[in-house]
Design a protein around this ligand. Structure first.
Ligand code: AMP
Length: 486
């Protein structure tokens, strides 16, 4: 096992890590940090929650601290992220990891006034964390000079392209010097990412932390076959039956997220929504209320959920199944953070059965069915031999292709550090070969859990108790909730 001491990082960084209680590098850190320390480019396949921020932040801070700029304080590292939440989180981590270093960092993103950001830029920053739109805006206005960038990070590259930022990314790439160190992180490897990597990265070391491996083993997963019209009541029953005090519900659309949050609040489950159309202030407010326990349920769309890093989340509900199997893994990974256990309930209506097929193929196993619920709708179950993807007349645009595009000359590593032949093997069924002992499904254990929902309405008394705890002391309530669980 590698230790942070073995990574040759600046002692002041080690001191900050010690202060954070980080004992050893996570797998993505153990592989990425040495490559970046040696000056190589890196293509990292990892999602939020794996420790990837420190994986790129620590070596970059180390390099910046080791070399003084010839004059002034130019931007020497640029970290580009698709969402404001993620940008704010990275900036926050940079401050923590660099707290003993004489370096400055700042964050710029849209949706808020630009003048504090401009002021910070004027004072001079070594590291700039930015979302693409605001960065280009401020550059056009002459507030940002990227001419001395030495380290460039593109975080959540797949999400960046999904959100339509590919042109902006190209524009930004044209503004930074050609000679620089590059790092790209992406949770998935669709073809467009491979192509972008080939253009952006120079002989990158590839670090592949399989997205499905790190957390799903600690997440108990259930699928409910249900008609679309019954989903809301089933959700309410589950939330109440399990006295959920810290859960995320995923919907496909922003409109559905808004509506559902309102409906849940109406029946006495304090809820709010978070999605890309909300102002930054509204999103921050919702997240804050969720963190401190005033809001029990956050209803989110995928894009907005990327920045949610709340360790207490006990439940994830997939109100709508995602069209991309990898997204399912990301979503359920919002729970079971920091070594905890989590529960994931997914609803599948008759138009979503193909998505379930794709998800189960990626997982390499079938998700346990929650048949013992009053809205069970057998017709939503996938047919034998059904192909993954969109069902005719169903929602969404079907599965996108995974992992075909690759930059030439990449070295590929798996978590053990050995070369891999083809990381796409995950998607073509090889995980089915895993011995059942290594799979997350433990049927015997699951059915033993007394808090497995019966689907019927739980006694109101239970519900009130949960609410009262929630109002009096959020963290106690959350602790209590967990203790309530067997
Ligand atoms: P990230 O994937 O960068 O969003 O990190 C997820 C969480 O893991 C953050 O809350 C970090 O503070 C935490 N973290 C990162 N690296 C380590 C480490 N080596 N040991 C313990 N916690 C860590």
């Amino acid at each position: 096992m590698t230790t942070f001491d073995e990574l040759d990082l600046d002692p002041r960084i080690l001191e900050a890590l010690d202060g954070e209680g980080y004992r050893e590098p996570t797998p993505v850190q153990a592989e990425t940090i040495p490559a970046l320390m040696s000056g190589r480019d890196v293509m990292g396949i990892a999602q939020t929650g794996t420790g990837k921020t420190a994986a790129f932040a620590l070596p970059i801070l180390h390099h910046l601290a080791a070399k003084k700029p010839s004059s002034g304080r130019p931007i020497r590292a640029l970290m580009l992220t698709p969402t404001r939440e993620l940008a704010a989180q990275i900036a926050d981590r940079l401050r923590v990891y660099g707290r003993h270093l004489p370096l400055y960092s700042t964050v710029i993103f849209g949706g808020v006034g630009q003048s504090p950001q401009v002021k910070a830029l004027r004072r001079g920053v070594d590291v700039l964390v930015a979302t693409p739109g605001r960065l280009l805006d401020l550059h056009q206005q002459g507030h940002v000079d990227l001419g001395q960038v030495e380290h460039f990070v593109l975080d959540e590259a797949d999400r960046m392209l999904d959100m339509g930022f590919s042109k902006d990314v190209e524009r930004i790439l044209a503004l930074v010097p050609r000679k620089r160190q590059n790092l790209m992180f992406s949770a998935t490897m669709p073809k467009a990412i491979g192509q972008l990597a080939a253009r952006m990265l120079h002989r990158p070391v590839e670090v592949d932390i399989s997205p499905e491996a790190p957390t799903t083993d600690r997440i108990e997963q259930y699928i409910s076959f249900v008609q679309k019209a019954d989903k809301r009541q089933l959700l309410i029953d589950l939330i109440e039956g399990q006295m959920v005090a810290c859960g995320i519900v995923f919907t496909r659309t922003k409109h559905a997220a808004n509506r559902l949050a309102k409906q849940l609040s109406k029946v006495g489950i304090p809820s709010d929504s978070i999605h890309g159309d909300k102002s930054q202030t509204a999103r921050t407010r919702a997240l804050e209320a969720f963190r401190n326990g005033d809001v029990f349920i956050l209803v989110a769309t995928d894009i907005a959920s990327r920045g949610i890093d709340v360790e207490d989340i006990t439940h994830v509900f997939n109100f709508d199944l995602p069209n991309e199997p990898e997204v399912y893994i990301h979503r359920i990974g919002r729970t079971a953070r920091a070594g905890r256990e989590g529960l994931a309930y997914s609803f599948c209506d008759e138009t979503e059965s193909g998505y379930l097929v794709g998800i189960q193929q990626l997982l390499g196993e079938e998700i346990d069915v929650l048949e013992d619920q009053p809205y069970h709708f057998e017709k939503a179950r996938p047919k034998p031999g059904q192909k993954p993807g969109r069902v005719k007349g169903g929602p969404g645009g079907g599965r996108s292709r995974r992992g075909t595009g690759r930059g030439g000359g990449m070295r590929r590593y798996n978590r053990g550090g050995q070369k891999r032949n083809d990381h796409n093997q995950r998607s073509n069924g090889q995980r089915n070969d895993r011995p059942s002992s290594q799979r997350s499904s433990k049927p015997g254990q699951k059915s033993d859990r007394p808090n497995r929902p019966s689907g019927g309405r739980p006694p109101q008394q239970k519900r009130r108790r949960g609410r009262q705890q929630g109002r009096s002391n959020a963290s106690n309530r959350r602790g209590q909730r967990r203790d309530d669980r067997p």
